[in-house]
Write a new protein. Sequence first.
Length: 447
Amino acid sequence: MKTFGAIATVSAAFFAATNASPAQKRQSKTTPITVKGNAFWQGDTRFYIRGVDYQPGGEGAKKDPIADSEHCKRDIEKFKELGLNTVRIYTVDNSKNHDECMSALADAGIYLALDVNSPTFSLNRADPKPSYNDVYLQNVFATIDAFAKYDNTLLFFSANEVINDNATTITAPYVKAVTRDMRQYISARKYRQIPVGYSAADVDSNRFEMAQYMNCGPDDARSDFFAFNDYSWCDPSTFQISGWDKKVKQYGNYSLPLFLSEFGCNTNKREFNEITALYSNQMSAVYSGGLVYEYSQEKSNYGLVEIKDEEVTIRDDFTTLKNQLAKTKNPSGDGGYKASGSASECPARSASWEVDSNWLPAIPEPAKAYMTKGAGAGVGIVEGMNSQYAGTASTENVTLSNSGSSSSGSSGKKNAAVSTRVPAFTFAPFVTVFLLLASSFLGVSII
């Protein structure tokens, strides 16, 4: 009976969400972050991300750290002690209310960088085409609905480390399509222009190609930013020894905001000397800060704190990072940012980049309805649910031009990548939720 009660609850939430005003009242006390040129801005002030990755239990944990307001507020005190302005979360439950924690973060001047995927609602790098479907996009869009109202929602990651070697570059068009669809959904639902982009793995052979790819083609297919994970600075090291000087040069003409979505090599004792370089004029013309991996101690041994029996114990890395951040101020003025720039050239197909750059999958037909009617209720985190083979996959492609226009960042971009012609009403999200919950209850695959 509990399963059918859950279905009724989700059904009610779906109809409420469907009938809600798309332009929700935003709920926080922070200035929304915008994109201009290749930088983030807090009003007229250059904004540098000074943050940590925050996912107690690990990235794969099916747990929402900001749905529990008590634990969230406990950890915010540590974020304030570190002097942070951003936290990244890899998994949230989009069926929960996050007002209390998001308000507490806003009161502390802290923004949220949010992954819209989860361990069970994500692209499948081994078989990307069927996983790019309407069931998946419904959950992605529902997460946007849940967090667009907060002014301290800094940005959305459309995907994380989907490409982790040369063979998986075949997923790039699907990552780009999700990014396009998210930007279009934000525009169609009349939300403020929350930046959307990708977090790339620390893979040297194709990371720059992915950056080019996410910034090439027509404006409505490009990202708002690009981020990548970088563990190449391992203390003792320097700007030159780590190779960061070469990366600054390599990305020197990149026209989107660029930042590190994970950093903090733990091969040796962590001194976090890279903080001094990252927030300096050596890098500020190209980089906009980064996120240290990670807040809590997990199996991979990157933790700044230990959480045990609900108690938080500070580790040596916490104190080291705190001291480095405290003594390192942001560059003055605009940091030498580029006010304008052109789109990148799409990378050529090669042994390390198995992508034809002139096409993208069109949005799956059933998902078009979400643009005007909304996505409906978020499914949340439910055992047994998996979107990867659950919905209707895209059957059409969109042809792109290899040359982009001259606009940069979010400014002036178009937001209608595909047609949004839809029927007057659709039960698709409700039926999908019903079938997924029923399959979990019965222990069989219905979809």
